[in-house]
Structures are given as C-alpha cells and as structure tokens.
Design a protein around this ligand. Structure first.
Ligand code: GUN
Length: 280
C-alpha cells in the first residue's frame, strides 16, 4: 500500500499551527531565517517548499542568499548576526555548501537555541545520547510516518542505506532507541541485497535511482524512500524501483510526495518547539 504522506504532513503542520497561534497570543512571533549559498537548483526548490509551508503555518521567514564565493568566515559572521537578532527564533542553513566551506564549522556557528535542523554538534550530541532534544527533521518525519501507520519498530530488522549526518546516522540511532535491530549500509557495503532481503523495514537515503530493486525486497516489507533523484527522462524519482517493488511491500512511500513533505512538516514542528522554549 502506498502511504499517503500528505495526510501525515498536514496533521503535523495543523498541530504546530495551533501552537503558533497560542505563542502569538503570548507575544512570541516565530521567525525562521533561511540561509542559502549559491544557485543550486535543487536547493532553491527545497528552500521554496520550506518557506511556503512555514508561511502557511504562521511562521515568518526571511531568506538570506549569498554568492557561492562567500568565505567561510563571511558566512559564519552572517550566522552570528542571526544568532544575536532577537526577532529570529530559528536558523536553517541549506546544505550542501560549496566545497571551500567546512560544513562542520558552519553547523558549530548556529546557535543551539535556534538550530531547527539539529546540526550544531552540541544538539546532535544531546540527540545521540537520547537526552531531551529535538529530532533531526527527516528522522522525525520517518518516525511519524511509521507511527501513523502503527508500524512498530520493536524487534524489527531495519536496513538503512546511506550514512549521512542529515539522514542515515540520525535515523539509525532513532530506530535503535525504538528497539529495532539496525544495519546501516552505505556505498562501500558488500552485497547490499543480502542485507535488504532480511529487512522488515528498508529506509533508502542513498541518492541512487533504482538502487533498491524487487529482488531485494522481502514480501510484506515496509519501504521508506528518502531519495530524490532524476531518472533517465529527467523525471523525479526515489532510490527504489517503485513500480516493481510496490506490489511486494506492505507499505511504501512514493517519490515525490512521500518523505519530502513530512520532512518539511518536521521542520515546522522543530521551529515551533524552539520558539516555545522562549516562554518556558
Ligand atoms: N539539505 C538536504 N536536506 C536538508 C535538511 O534537512 N536541512 C537542510 N538545512 N539542508 C538540507
């Protein structure tokens, strides 16, 4: 069955919207500063989707777009200005950044109090330790999708493909905390198929079209496709050979219209939570 992720995203956004209305009555106006460097087409689309959804939820946004030649120091300075701006309650730095900029240093520069993506090492560390902290957006979105469909993680064999700091690592940790047995596969994994064939749940975040084929899918498995790629005809597709794998799955998320909108909803949730911490 194809999971209707829009329904899930709408529910998360609706809850945040109610919380934002309460916040505004208390004099707190959430504002997300969105920082983008360069002209990457995909990043521009992601940023547009995020700012549009924020505005609908009642979160003000402001975009700060820098030339791709900006220095690391220059970008850190811009983030520090946002850190000290009392009207800005959240900061998002769209990744990836140009190669001459060290992303770790940029993440370190984002104030932990305004870090909607859980990119700052202090926040990521709290999350890793399982302390009370925000959850990185995509991992949060995936958990919400599974909860919505009442798919338990306890004791399940889960294969996550892709070990990025944004998706693979946090999702692996979150699944572990939900009592799943997790195998974190990546580009150097030997015989990916043998791992996938035993998986009750596959999360693919590799960015490779048709990486997960039907012969890799155990009948009844759940597939969460985080990939956003273009196929040979230029059409948006995920990492999974959807057409052939779908009949085998108990549940599968589509691309587009799957994890993407739920990740945007997670961003709205995190931005709302950080604005709330101004009153508690
Ligand atoms: N680039 C790809 N995914 C993300 C994300 O979740 N947040 C940010 N800031 N950049 C990204």
């Amino acid at each position: 069955m194809v999971i209707n992720c829009k329904e899930i995203a709408d529910e998360i956004i609706m809850k945040s919207k109610e919380r934002i209305e309460k916040l505004k009555k208390l004099g707190v106006y959430p504002k997300l500063a969105v920082v983008m460097v360069g002209n990457d087409e995909a990043s521009k689309i992601y940023v547009h989707n995020k700012t549009e959804a924020c505005e609908k939820a009642g979160i003000e946004t402001e975009e700060f777009i820098y030339n791709e030649n900006i220095s690391e120091k220059g970008l850190i300075g811009a983030i520090e200005n946002l850190n000290s701006d009392p009207l800005v309650t959240g900061i998002l730095v769209q990744m990836p950044l140009p190669k001459h900029i060290d992303e770790t240093e940029i993440c370190r520069a984002i104030s932990p109090k305004k870090d909607v993506d859980v990119f700052n090492p202090q926040n990521f560390g709290s999350f890793m330790l399982g302390n009370k902290s925000l959850i990185p957006c995509t991992a949060y979105g995936i958990i919400k999708i599974l909860e919505y469909k009442e798919i338990s993680l306890s004791g399940k064999n889960c294969v996550i493909i892709g070990r990025s700091n944004i998706v693979g690592k946090p999702t692996a940790l979150l699944f572990t905390n939900h009592d799943a047995t997790v195998t974190l596969c990546h580009s150097k994994t030997k015989d990916l198929k043998s791992f996938c064939m035993n998986a009750d749940i596959i999360v693919s975040a590799a960015g490779v079209p048709k990486l997960v084929t039907k012969d890799m899918v155990k009948p009844g498995a759940v597939i969460i496709d985080v990939g956003i790629n273009r196929d040979e005809n230029g059409k948006i597709c995920g990492d999974v050979d959807f057409e052939n794998a779908e009949p085998l799955c108990s549940y599968i998320t589509p691309v587009p219209g799957g994890v993407g909108p739920v990740t945007v909803a997670a961003l709205i949730n995190n931005t709302t939570e950080l604005a709330y911490s101004k009153i508690i």
